[in-house]
Design a protein around this ligand. Structure first.
Ligand code: HEM
Length: 412
């Protein structure tokens, strides 16, 4: 039965939609009435009139698809589910070198190598420096007399520093990494006026920067992920293209996502003052996971069916695209008690904000959780009376729940 509440032409990946809101009422309706639904994408800019995708909205189905890579492949690109004038079919070829878009056995081989840089020990080693940074960021923001932008003054900084520490990027080059990774992701937002060419140039510059770093680490190894990867390259386990694209992916995956989690988390605290009071008093260790559930910075990724299969009572044909709507799964009442409540003590919290638990599950999860913990502890100490000045200004994107600006004030 078609879903009555979804108007004709409604597309979850229309950037104009996420520009204004996360479509939670529509997700709720689909979960209830048609949890696996074909969404046609007609008449978009690139003229892919026949395109469309299955919207998978229930927690159990998103997990099922994520954990069955032999049926639901990542090879035909995971990161977007809407072709447009910037993202065309032939641009997908280059993206196959990105870990996120690999299938087993390549994925297993590359992931085994790169995860050496993400061991609990490697993340713990960053904690002291990141704690100091978080304090300095929050104290710096306290110096503002009037309203300031929480995104640029607070939320951007720690993710950038964390990823740069992990990769081993020297202080002077960190702004470049930030700039390149922003340009690769904000192509749908006209405010940034980023063309396909600018995005491609940024990617090429970042990859060439990574290659130069690798050459330097070959001469003089250090305790960072580039040295680990260079060693693997020397052993013949990782080729240099895979290496360059991995550094590119880390820069993008580590920056934007965590920044948006932190910004949405702050907004949630400021609009749920009782949760902010509770957090300041008790600092629950469960808060970071609830912030990621609540924000779901990556609204969706996609897979492509490798064979005809059945899901949620629907026949999925080989070659069909399948959208995994993490934002919907994270509000599924079958799994979460009162899902529309922001509750920083929620436990257990089996949210899918870091993915559906399959082979691609977020490699940076423990780093992201650490960063969110550190920044909110620092903000609670330095800016306990923070107030909201204006509603957030949202990013225009097909799949990122992003915020460009959040005006706040340190003074009541
Ligand atoms: C993969 C979300 C932070 C590195 C993913 C996936 C999601 C995600 C949804 C895909 C999972 C799947 O397909 O099953 C997030 C969120 C973050 C965050 C919400 C912050 C709140 C980070 C950080 C890093 C990182 C800080 C690195 C420093 C990666 C990598 C992958 C990934 C490398 C690809 C893993 C693979 O394909 O095997 N992330 N992420 N992420 N993330 Fe994160």
């Amino acid at each position: 039965m078609p879903c009555p509440a979804l108007p004709d032409g409604f597309d979850f990946t229309d950037p104009d939609l996420l520009h204004h809101r996360v479509p939670h009422p529509e997700f709720a309706e689909l979960r209830r009435a048609e949890p696996v639904r074909w969404i046609p994408q007609t008449g978009n800019a690139a003229g892919f009139q026949d395109e469309g995708y299955w919207a998978v909205t229930r927690h159990a189905d998103v997990k099922y698809v994520s954990t069955h890579p032999e049926i639901f492949s990542s090879y035909l690109n995971t990161a977007i589910i809407r072709f447009n004038e910037h993202i065309q079919r032939d641009s997908i070829d280059a993206q196959r070198l990105i870990l996120l878009n690999m299938d087993p056995p390549e994925h297993t081989r590359v992931r085994q190598i790169v995860q050496r840089g993400f061991t609990p020990r490697a993340v713990r080693a960053l904690e002291g420096r990141l704690r100091e940074r978080a304090r300095a960021i929050a104290e710096g923001a306290r110096a503002h007399d009037g309203p300031f932008d929480f995104v640029t003054q607070v939320a951007c900084e720690l993710p950038l520093q964390a990823i740069a520490e992990l990769i081993g990027v020297p202080q002077d080059d960190r702004a470049k990494i930030f700039d390149w990774s922003n340009k690769m992701i904000a192509y749908d937002d006209p405010e940034y006026a980023i063309t396909a060419e600018v995005g491609a140039i940024s990617a090429a510059e970042l990859i060439s920067y990574a290659m130069n770093m690798a050459a330097e680490r070959k001469r003089c190894p250090a305790h960072d992920i580039v040295s680990t990867l260079v060693a693997a390259e020397n052993e013949g386990n990782l080729n240099s293209d895979e290496f360059g694209f991995f550094v590119l992916m880390l820069s993008v995956a580590g920056n934007e996502t965590t920044r948006n989690a932190i910004t949405h988390g702050m907004h949630a605290f400021l609009t749920h003052p009782e949760q902010w009071e509770l957090y300041k008093a008790e600092r629950p260790a469960t808060a970071a996971e609830e912030i990621v559930r609540w924000a779901t910075p990556v609204v969706a990724f996609q897979r492509t069916a490798t064979q005809d299969t059945e899901l949620g009572g629907k026949l999925i044909r080989k070659g069909d695209r399948v959208g995994l709507f993490y934002a919907s799964a994270n509000h599924d009442p079958e799994v979460f008690d009162r899902p529309d409540l922001f509750d920083v003590t929620r436990d257990p919290n089996p949210h899918l904000g870091f993915g559906g638990g399959g082979p691609h599950f977020c490699l940076g999860k423990s780093l992201a959780v650490l960063e969110i913990d550190l920044i909110f502890n620092a903000v609670a100490d330095a800016l306990p009376g923070l107030t909201l000045v204006e509603d957030p200004r949202r990013l225009r994107s097909a799949w990122i729940n992003g915020v460009k600006e959040l005006r706040v004030s340190a003074r009541p």
